[in-house]
Design a protein around this ligand. Structure first.
Ligand code: AMP
Ligand code: ZN
Length: 134
């Protein structure tokens, strides 16, 4: 399989490593939205969020929290985003699950171009039911 993150996990492509253990690797994003933008990946290949077994998800999430705390200590940003893009329409470009940890600043001009939608009368109840009933 041709997956750049599998290559990185196998040590076959150079990255600036932040953290590594048997199951998880964290490294700097090559095109940071802000300086210190970090990725956290499972070493095993899972395409996206829904594919991660619970134990992998639990483990990588707890490690990501520790890395986020380190980023906050290192840069003292005003905030940070933890982002998971799942699927092309959601902005996923590498189909090997990863968390983005992005330090944020009040004046950083990083914009996600959000346009809010709205619900019609009574529609929220229907939509909530649709999700709950799956
Ligand atoms: P996504 O669009 O959520 O799939 O994010 C993929 C991220 O991987 C992007 O932010 C890229 O900049 C980053 N990326 C791609 N190739 C590399 C690489 N070789 N080293 C570090 N980061 C990379
Ligand atoms: Zn992979």
């Amino acid at each position: 399989m041709n997956c750049i993150f599998c290559e990185i996990a196998a040590g076959k492509a150079p990255v600036e490593i932040i953290y590594e253990d048997e199951n998880v690797l964290s490294f700097l994003d090559i095109k940071p939205l802000n300086i210190g933008h970090t990725l956290v990946i499972p070493k095993r290949h899972y395409e996206n969020y829904l594919d991660l077994p619970a134990d992998e998800l639990r483990n990588i999430t707890l490690i990501s929290q520790k890395i986020a705390a380190k980023i906050v200590k290192a840069f003292e940003p005003d905030g940070f985003n933890i982002i998971v893009n799942s699927g092309k329409a959601a902005g996923q470009s590498i189909f090997h699950f990863h968390y983005h940890i992005i330090p944020r600043y009040s004046d950083d001009k990083v914009k996600f171009n959000i346009v809010f939608k709205s619900y019609g009368n009574g529609e929220m109840k229907q939509i909530a039911e649709k999700i709950k009933n799956v």
